[in-house]
Design a protein around this ligand. Sequence first.
Ligand code: ATP
Ligand code: MG
Length: 463
Amino acid sequence: MARILIADDHAGLRDVLVETLGSSGHDVKGVATGDAARDALEVEDYDLLVTDLRMPGLDGLALLQHVRARSNPVQTIVMTAHGTVETAVRAMHLGALDYVEKPFPLSAMEAKVQKALEKISLQEENRRLRDAEDAHFGQLTGASPPMRHVFDLITRVAETPTPVLILGESGTGKELVSREIHRRSPRRDGPFVAVNCAALAEGVLESELFGHERGAFTGATQLKRGKFELADKGTLFLDEVGEIPPATQVKLLRFLQEKEVERVGGSKVIKVDVRIVCATNRDLKAEIERGRFREDLFYRINVISIVLPPLRERREDIPLLVDALLSGHSQSTGLSGSVTEDAMTLLQMYEWPGNVRELENVLERALVLSSPGPDGHRRISPVDLPQEIRGGEGDAGAQREYLEATGLMAQIERIEREIIRKALEECAWNQSKAAKALHLKRSSLQYKMKKYNLEKRPEGGAA
Ligand SMILES: Nc1ncnc2c1ncn2[C@@H]1O[C@H](COP(=O)(O)OP(=O)(O)OP(=O)(O)O)[C@@H](O)[C@H]1O
Ligand SMILES: [Mg+2]
């Protein structure tokens, strides 16, 4: 269904068009003058304008000029009188999509409208894809302000050899960010070596990082080069850096000060050129206070820090992540799927203690549970989601009752109304734009505008 505006001073033709296009399922409004069309376009969103050229007052060409000057110009089909092709050509120059010469059979107009709408939806799809492209930064997905800030920081630190500390809850993408820093750095052709400092026992970690000489300890039957040596000219990612035991912290500090390492059981000094990126989900300041982490080491590794926001603080990224994760999944498994609007709402409301990793797991599971359509495409709906995401113990009715009984519902609605009003104002009451900013369908936005009695008031009066 599309929203179509018809402008023609000839009532007979106008009514017939409104009726015909309306009966093909479109939402059609008719106006008698160019001025009325301009006013209608100001307050409402239309997908298509069908306008006569010769009208009293603002004529079709002037209307087109006005339309083209708008930030979000509506696509237009013009109707010209028989034998005035030059005006039609001028209209096309002014950006009209197509023209029809009067008189025309209604079927011809229907076909033109159909074709125009297909073209418009294709353009919209392209725009959506372009926007989605903007939301990708290497392997990372996100368009929220905190993620854009993270992307910006990555770009800037990648250039430098300075140590970086990545902070964030589990599953927020710390490892992914460390790889992106390497990939964008001048060391990109060198090795990227990752060590999980939490996974190894004390002595093992030390010889893993620094290597050992043959005979350094029982079982050291051969010389072993450490990760520092292996990461020469590249990047060493020390994951869970907060877990490094004190003796190894000292060796790490020495590397950071002198750019040299010594194998366990050896005395030879080995110069290495390694960029260090560390990550932790621990509060290192608290670890320092408890005496478990060296303060001098903390300052050395924390020259620049990148803090990854938890997913619940960037819910607007969830639809983008869902798209990216599902398409990545379909490439690796061949299972293609998408998420219904209801399921998406639930995903956006959930708290995500496990962040993006948890979202990844939930989608993978839901994809398997969902039933494929005849074309093999799977639609993930609320029943495919785990109980905790569907809404804990109670059903939606019980939750609503609880919220209403505690007075929280009114508060939630007040907040929702305010968010929607702000978005509308920021988008100059353009419903398509506001709906997009709010990640709502336009119909849902219109429903909520009605529910909350939101409409544009003249003279900046509060709605
Ligand atoms: N912004 C993002 N865009 C796309 N995928 C992401 C993003 N952030 C994380 N992921 C994905 O989520 C998963 C977890 O990311 P990663 O391993 O980098 O997190 P982490 O912070 O290192 O987690 P942990 O603390 O548990 O080690 C990975 O599969 C990663 O690909
Ligand atoms: Mg990790």
